[in-house]
Design a protein around this ligand. Structure first.
Ligand code: GLU
Length: 492
C-alpha cells in the first residue's frame, strides 16, 4: 500500500477552497521564539492568500498546561501584530471527537489495545539496544484473542491503544519547503500509541498525532505549517488521515532556529521566549521583521527592512530555506536600532515611560521627557539602553575614573568655580541653549580659559564621566530640574 499526498493541485487547495492555516501552541511555557516564527509564517501565508489564520491551544497535557501561558501566548502574538481570525479552538474541549476517531479505528480493526507493561517495554528496548537496533515496539499484541485480552484485564493490566503501522509502506508528500519527501513506515517505531493507559476497555487520553489530525480536519485546515522537528509526525499523521478517510492538507516544514555554533537555539543561549526579547528592549516591529528573515529570504529588489504588511505581499514558500536559520544578533540589533530611530519622539517616549517608571523615575513634565527622549534616542540600540542613558538625568551619577581625571586637569576646578559664581549671580530663568553657549564663551574670553577645558570640565561635573550626549542639551535638561548647580558644587 502506498500513501500519497498528491502535489498541487490537490482538492483541498483548489482555488475554490480558501486557505486556512493554524498555529497550535501548547500552553506549557511562555511563547517560544520558534513558535512565534512559525506563527509569523502562518500569518504571512494566510495574508498572502487572503486566507484565515487560526489558533488552537493544545492544552491536553493537564499537568503542564497553565492559563497564564495561554495568556502569554495571546499577548505575544498580539504584540507582534499577528491577529487571528476566529475564536481560538481549545483542544481539551474536543475530546469527544478525538475519542470517536479512536473508536472508529478500533472498529475498523486499524487500532487495537496493547497490554504490554512498562517493564516489558524496557526489556524490549534494552534487548534492541544490545543488538545495536533502534528502539521499536515489536507489535506483539496486534492479534490478541478475546481470551488473551480478558486474561490481561483480569491480571489488572492497563492498556494503551495502538494504531497499526504496516511495514515497508512508502509515505510520500510534496512539502512546500522541502520538496518531495519520502518515509518508510518501518522507520516510525512500530505500531503507534494513540491513547494513554486506561483500565479495562476504556479509552485513555488521546495523544498528539491522533488529536492533531482530528482537529486539523475539523478546523478545515488546508496547510499545516510547522517546524521541521515535526517531519516524522507528519509521516505518522498521513497514515492516520488515510485510515480515517480524511482529506489531507498540504504541509510546509520550516527550518529550525540555530545558535551561533549551529546548534538548535536552546535555554543555554539565554533567550528562547519572545518575552526575553521584549524585556531586553527589542521592538515588536524589529522582532517581526527579524524573525521573518529567520528562514525566509526577500525577493530581489526588496529591502531586508520591512513591515509585516509589506512582507505579506511577497511571502511564498519557495523563498523559505531548507537549512537551519542561524540567529544573528548583529542583524537583529541593526534592525532594532533602525526601528527605534524611526519612531517619533512621542512614540519613543511612550515605549520608554514604562521602563522609567519601573526604575521609580517620575518625569517633571511632558516636554522635559520628550526633550530627553530626543537627546538620547539616536544612540539607542535596544529600548533598555534608554534606561541606562536616562539614568544620569534622574539620579545623581557617581564620579567615574575618567571624570575624576578631567577634574584634576589644571584649571578645571577654576573654570567650574567661575561658572558657579556666574550662575549664582544670574541663574537661568528658563534655560536657553544660545544663552548657555554665550555664558561659556564669556568665561572663556574673560578668564582666558580654553573652550575645550570648559566643556570637558562641565561634562565631568554634570555626568561624572566624559561620555554622554550633547553637552549643552544635557546641561539644559539638568538645569530645568535644578540639578546643574548642585552637581557643579559637589566637585568642591
Ligand atoms: N502543539 C504542537 C507543538 O507546539 C503543535 C505542532 C503542530 O503544529 O502540529 O509543537
Amino acid at each position: 500500500m502506498r500513501v500519497r499526498t498528491p502535489s498541487v493541485p490537490y482538492p483541498l487547495t483548489r482555488s475554490s477552497l480558501s486557505v486556512r492555516v493554524r498555529l497550535a501552541p501548547s500552553p506549557t511555557g511562555t511563547l517560544h521564539i520558534g513558535t512565534a516564527r512559525t506563527a509569523l509564517f502562518n500569518w504571512l501565508f494566510a495574508k498572502r492568500t487572503k486566507g484565515k489564520f487560526l489558533l488552537r491551544i493544545e492544552d491536553t497535557d493537564k499537568e503542564r498546561s497553565k492559563p497564564e501561558f495561554t495568556h502569554n501566548i495571546f499577548e505575544g502574538l498580539k504584540w507582534l501584530g499577528l491577529n487571528w481570525d476566529e475564536d481560538p479552538v481549545i483542544q481539551s474541549k474536543c475530546l469527544q471527537a478525538h475519542r470517536a476517531a479512536i473508536q472508529l479505528l478500533l472498529d475498523k480493526g486499524l487500532a487495537y489495545r496493547c497490554y504490554v507493561n512498562e517493564s516489558e517495554l524496557d526489556e524490549l528496548r534494552s534487548d534492541q539496544k544490545k543488538q545495536g537496533k533502534a528502539p521499536r515496539y515489536d507489535n506483539r499484541h496486534r492479534n490478541l484473542s478475546l481470551q488473551e485480552e480478558d486474561n490481561f484485564i483480569n491480571e489488572g493490566r492497563t492498556s494503551v491503544i495502538r494504531f497499526r503501522i504496516e511495514d515497508n509502506q512508502s509515505i510520500n508528500w510534496n512539502d512546500l519547503v522541502r520538496g518531495q519527501m519520502q518515509w518508510n513506515s518501518s522507520d516510525l517505531g512500530g505500531d503507534m500509541v494513540i491513547s494513554r493507559r486506561a483500565y479495562g476497555k476504556e479509552i485513555g487520553d488521546p495523544l498528539y498525532n491522533l488529536v492533531v489530525v482530528v482537529d486539523d480536519s475539523t478546523m478545515g485546515i488546508t496547510h499545516v505549517i510547522r517546524g521541521e522537528d515535526h517531519l516524522a509526525n507528519t509521516a505518522k499523521q498521513l497514515l492516520l488521515y488515510q485510515a480515517l478517510n480524511l482529506p489531507i492538507p498540504e504541509f510546509a516544514h520550516t527550518p529550525l532556529i540555530l545558535n551561533a555554533e549551529g546548534r538548535k537555539l536552546s535555554k543555554r543561549d539565554g533567550v528562547i521566549s519572545l518575552n526575553d526579547f521584549r524585556e531586553m528592549g527589542y521592538t515588536s516591529e524589529a522582532m517581526a521583521n527579524y524573525m521573518t528573515l529567520l528562514g525566509w529570504s526577500v525577493p530581489e529588489g526588496m529591502s531586508e527592512r520591512f513591515t509585516l504588511s509589506e512582507a505579506s505581499k511577497q511571502f511564498s514558500f519557495d523563498r523559505v530555506n531548507k537549512a537551519g536559520a542561524k540567529f544573528d544578533w548583529d542583524k537583529l540589533n541593526w534592525l532594532n536600532s533602525q526601528s527605534i530611530h524611526e519612531l517619533s519622539p512621542e512614540s519613543l517616549l511612550e515605549n520608554l515611560k514604562p521602563l522609567w517608571l519601573k526604575e521609580g523615575w517620575e518625569s517633571p513634565d511632558y516636554e522635559w521627557s520628550k526633550d530627553l527622549t530626543e537627546l538620547i534616542g539616536p544612540s539607542l540600540i535596544v529600548l533598555k539602553d534608554g534606561v541606562d542613558q536616562a539614568r544620569p538625568f534622574f539620579e545623581e551619577p557617581s564620579m567615574k575614573a575618567d571624570g575624576v581625571k578631567q577634574l584634576e586637569v589644571e584649571g578645571a576646578k577654576k573654570v567650574l568655580k567661575k561658572l558657579i559664581e556666574k550662575l549664582e549671580k544670574s541663574p537661568f530663568q528658563k534655560f536657553d541653549n544660545a544663552q548657555a553657549k554665550a555664558l561659556l564663551k564669556e568665561i572663556a574670553e574673560l578668564e582666558g580659559f580654553k573652550q575645550g577645558l570648559i566643556m570637558k570640565s562641565l561634562r565631568a561635573a554634570l555626568l561624572g564621566t566624559m561620555k554622554g550626549p550633547d553637552l549643552i542639551t544635557t546641561w539644559g535638561l539638568l538645569a530645568r530640574v535644578g540639578q546643574d548647580l548642585p552637581r557643579l558644587r559637589r566637585v568642591f
